[in-house]
Design a protein around this ligand. Structure first.
Ligand code: SF4
Ligand code: SF4
Length: 394
């Protein structure tokens, strides 16, 4: 494992994301603790020191799990990062906030109560890294409202030593949103976590976001480096091109080596679900091996061929609030597969009500929370229409 630095703290170049841990039955809240513990133990014994979680991951179970799993290790042997869930709260004005439907029923809605709860769930006295979750165009009113006081609160916790380093994650549409926020709070943050990979370099203007972060002299923590697995499972034709160029390397390794070429990138998070994935990723980060210019050009061509896909990362933020319990990311994956000429996934839609987009009532709760800004009701409509076409192969 090689290491980099954020604000003088040594961090492993590969970080363990805790949003896609193995589950017992496919439901995100049911973490398969035995398998997940194996992954964490492998990470700890192979030099991974950066562990990322958030209040809402795995329906609230991720913080509880990682707190328990890391409690067996000395506190100074790992860095723990978690996030304040302001992006999933309603800003009601006048300093008042409440949970959105996706978090309905959670008891604490004050900044202080939430933060203390997070420390307790993670079984730690302090967070090495603490982030505001998804600072974007929608969440700015809450994060910047002095009466809610999120920024003042986290700065005070940093002064008290409960937070060692501050950052924020962002799925902002515009790079300017990140720039404005950093300018407004110059000197407050040590790093920014963004969605960065060779497809989003173009698709979500990640190039401009990296330039903004560079301008402010900060480090980057990468999320969605393989785009929720999308870049690990390329269409056959594109995977073959990579094999020809550098045989033996998987598409996932190509995507991760592309990230190693960006100097500001300190940690690349990977939400590793299986032991095989972590074994391969640890090998990829044994030492720096950044993609060269020719390899970057090849990946840019492959990205070009994928620009018309719906950019879902399977984060599942949308599923918690869907009144019809639709498996939205799986339906979108089926839709994307069809674009690649694979219609097999469409067959599930008749058999499983959760896979049937014709049940969508168009309430829009999903689109309001999607960090990729996908017009999900529109996609549901389009897939439903396609299902009803008589020429559809059945
Ligand atoms: S718009 Fe459709 S898919 Fe989205 S939350 Fe409502 S019912 Fe579910
Ligand atoms: S549609 Fe949006 S919120 Fe839902 S899983 Fe995909 S990226 Fe996440």
């Amino acid at each position: 494992m090689y290491y980099k630095e954020i604000a003088g703290v040594k961090v492993s170049a590969l970080g363990m994301g805790n949003m896609r841990l193995p589950t017992t039955d496919g439901k995100e809240e049911n973490i398969d603790r035995e398998k997940a513990r194996e992954i964490i133990d492998y990470a700890m014994s192979h030099g991974i020191t950066y562990y990322d979680t958030a209040y809402r991951y795995h329906g609230g179970q991720s913080e509880l799990f990682i707190g328990e799993a890391l409690s067996n290790y000395p506190r100074d042997s790992f860095c723990l990062a978690s996030k304040f869930p302001g992006h999933m709260m309603e800003h009601k004005g006048g300093g008042v906030m409440g949970f959105t439907s996706a978090l309905a029923g959670r008891p604490d809605t004050t900044v202080d109560a939430l933060f203390r709860d997070q420390l307790s769930r993670c079984r730690v006295d302090y967070f090495d890294f603490y982030l505001l979750h998804n600072v974007c165009e929608n969440s700015l009113p809450l994060y910047t409202d002095p009466e809610v006081g999120v920024i003042d609160y986290v700065r005070e916790q940093k002064r008290l030593g409960k937070i060692r380093h501050l950052g924020f994650s962002s799925h902002a549409v515009e790079a300017a949103t990140i720039d404005d926020f950093l300018t407004r709070y110059e000197g407050v943050f040590d790093f920014v976590q963004i969605q960065l990979n060779y497809l989003d370099w173009i698709l979500q203007d990640a190039k401009a976001k990296v330039e903004v972060i560079r301008k402010h002299g900060l480090k980057i923590v990468v999320m969605e480096g393989v785009r929720g697995g999308r870049l690990a499972n390329l269409p056959d034709e594109q995977a073959a091109r990579l094999q020809t160029a550098r045989g033996g390397d998987s598409p996932a390794r190509w995507a991760l080596r592309w990230l190693q070429a960006i100097p500001e990138v300190a940690v690349v998070l990977s939400g590793m679900t299986t032991l095989d994935q972590i074994v391969e990723n640890v090998e990829t980060f044994a030492e720096p091996d950044p993609a060269n210019e020719d390899e970057q050009a090849l990946l840019a061509e492959i990205a070009d061929s994928m620009l018309d896909l719906v950019p879902c990362t399977a984060c599942r933020y949308c599923t918690e609030g869907c009144p019809m319990q639709l498996e939205i990311p799986k339906i979108i994956a089926a839709h994307n597969s069809l674009k690649n000429g694979d219609f097999m996934a469409y067959y599930d839609m008749d058999a499983d009500p959760a896979m049937d987009p014709r049940r969508c009532v168009g309430c829009g709760a999903c689109a309001a929370i999607c960090p990729q800004h996908i017009d999900i009701p529109d996609i549901m409509n389009r897939v439903a229409e396609r299902l009803s076409q008589p020429m559809f192969p059945r």
